[in-house]
Ligand binder design. Structure first.
Ligand SMILES: [Zn+2]
Length: 119
């Protein structure tokens, strides 16, 4: 008889996705996140994107290279849904704002949030 320990006592606290290595499962999860973001912000395209990116990071962690599953999830999200890291997103928002589009993906005439009423 032999005893095998299955307890991992030194799990890191930060979110690191421990998947099954199944590409289909990872794809299904990323698809689900995007569906959730679309349902929540059906009219604000850039809000959908930033919410989607947040769900990705909350689940898979900030380090896109931490393991194969995570790397695959981010590659899939970029390919299909234009995933952007927070830095990339900030930059895209700043670029858009300079072109007259606010963080809601709207213009000065259409945004109800007063994004363009800064002085
Ligand atoms: Zn706005």
């Amino acid at each position: 008889m032999s005893h095998t320990s299955t307890i991992d006592s030194d799990l890191p606290c930060q979110a690191i996705y421990q998947g099954t290595g199944s590409a289909a499962e990872i794809e299904a999860q990323v698809d689900r996140f995007y569906g959730e973001a679309v349902k929540r912000y059906p009219t604000y395209e850039t809000m959908v994107q930033s919410h989607f990116c947040e769900l990705m990071r909350n689940t898979f962690g900030e380090n896109e290279e931490v393991n194969q599953d995570v790397a695959y999830a981010y590659a899939y999200a970029r390919e299909l849904y234009d995933y952007l890291s927070q830095d990339e997103l900030d930059k895209a928002n700043a670029d858009a704002f300079n072109k007259g589009i606010c963080s809601h993906g709207l213009t000065a005439k259409t945004c109800p949030c007063g994004c363009f009423e800064l002085e």
